[in-house]
Design a binder for this molecule. Sequence first.
Ligand code: P6P
Length: 336
Amino acid sequence: MSLKLVTIERHILETQKQFPGATGAFSSLMYDIAFAAKIIGREVNKAGLVDVLGYTGSTNVHGEEVRKLDEFADSVIFRAMDHTGRFCVMASEEQEDIISIPEKYDCGNYVLMYDPLDGSSNIDANVSIGTIFSIYRKVSKGDRGTLEDCLQPGVDLAAAGYVIYGSSTMLVFTTGNGVHGFTYDPSVGEFLLSQSNIQTPKRGRIYSTNEGNYCRWKNGTRNYIDYLKKVDKETNRPYSARYIGSLVADFHRNLLYGGVFLYPGDKENPEGKLRLMYEANPLAMVVEHAGGAASDGRQRIREKQPHEIHQRTPLIIGSKLDVEDAVAFIQEKRRE
Ligand code: P6P
């Protein structure tokens, strides 16, 4: 049987046929994202060889030390997208304000929000890291995009996905029509379809969380993690603890194997650490279209009405039944 080489473009064009009137805009903006991923992946994969490690000596909007690859990834994505006429505005984890499209370029009907290199604190240790992106449609009235376009709830996402720079570079995304994984083949310079219609198990046996925060957790969160550690053959417990400390890597493993990732709020940081607009929402769209769920412990992540592009949110995400259990414990509706 001949190997069917399905590129991202071919896959989108073939699936777009189901959407009469779909313009080629979407496949071309996904092509641009894949192009940026190839450039970033090349630098990430050779990071140990040339002097792109270490700090730039500057800090980002959150006061975090910016490592050279963060800055590089941020600029690659901006420069790959600013002139294409596909986007009307962008927002990046690395930039305090929204990023307008330069006046000399046309604006399009899409909005891009992204974390250019998540998990970057792991760069020097050669741990898998990732790029996460959200794509919305323009909703503001004027020609250029505005903050209003960047503060849409996750339920209005047009597409979302991530790139994981690991043993191979993979791009996983959804346009609401299944979740599909593409693996980069450097020999042809293309992302080729490697997993179509990814479905996450309804329940897993893995939990991912930083237990170093246990002392700051509220009782409900502690009770849930304690529950997962108790022996009970009927409910397949204890679960296995797996925590890489790189969101994209932890999420991707749980998406394929099943399980639950938690970065909850705690007594010191009630809104947790992770960002709603370019970490929680895009991964929530992916996991929901793979049959999973994502909550902040109070409500569905994608139904949260954003008020700030860098706002944080508690995140409980993964297999549907595990997320339901976690939320019931966090809300103290369950103790066992
Ligand atoms: P902690 C990496 O810095 C990151 O933003 C995510 O990729 C990861 O899930 C989380 O922070 C890890 O945070 O507090 O457990 O080190």
